[in-house]
Design a protein around this ligand. Structure first.
Ligand code: ATP
Ligand code: MG
Length: 165
């Protein structure tokens, strides 16, 4: 069980200094208890890469928004930046392993390919919406774990009269 709101807050702390250096603000707007099933470390790797990309390809004095919502039985995380964006030609390739629009930016070009695979292993999908010169939004959709779905790891308590659960 992974609370994506808590996970993203942790990532914001991890990347704060990096963003601060370029005067980029990291913001989060999340529903309460966006819980999914999965491996916290792997999911952290996914969102660390996405937020790292957003910072790397943003202009100074801009903001990155992490938006978490429910859509049906899914949790949807959007990582939104107003950075350099990706052209239509490149958009189809950026999820390929080792592809980088500009290799001089450093890195390996593996981040998005790995993120996509990890999201799919969690039965989710990763979409990229982008416009050159305008910005990029990465959408990650993962099946929501309802709290009632949790295995009986806590003892069954008798319901007291008047108690609400
Ligand atoms: P690594 O993640 O291995 O450090 P990387 O960030 O270059 O390297 P990916 O995360 O796979 O690799 O991204 C691939 C390419 O897609 C990037 O090099 C960049 O050209 C483009 N890209 C990714 N995210 C964004 C973004 N938010 N805005 C603009 N371009 C992006
Ligand atoms: Mg990357």
């Amino acid at each position: 069980r992974v609370d994506l709101k808590e996970l993203l807050q942790e990532i914001m702390l991890n990347l704060w200094t990096k963003a601060e250096k370029r005067s980029i603000e990291l913001r989060i707007d999340s529903v309460d208890k966006p819980i999914v099933e999965g491996d916290a470390n792997r999911l952290k790797q996914v969102f660390l890469n996405l937020v790292d990309n957003a910072i790397k390809f943003s202009h100074e004095n801009s903001a990155i928004d992490l938006i978490v919502s429910f859509e049906g039985n899914n949790v949807v995380v959007q990582v939104h930046d107003t950075g350099i964006g990706i052209s239509e030609d490149h958009l189809v390739k950026v999820k390929d392993r080792f592809f980088q629009v500009d290799p001089l930016n450093g890195g390996t070009g593996l981040g998005l390919a790995i993120s996509q695979q990890l999201v799919e292993l969690h039965h989710g999908i990763l979409l990229i919406q982008s416009e050159l010169g305008v910005g990029t939004t990465i959408v990650v959709r993962l099946p929501r774990l309802l709290e009632d779905d949790s295995p009986a790891d806590s003892p069954e308590l008798p319901m007291l009269p008047g108690a609400s659960s």
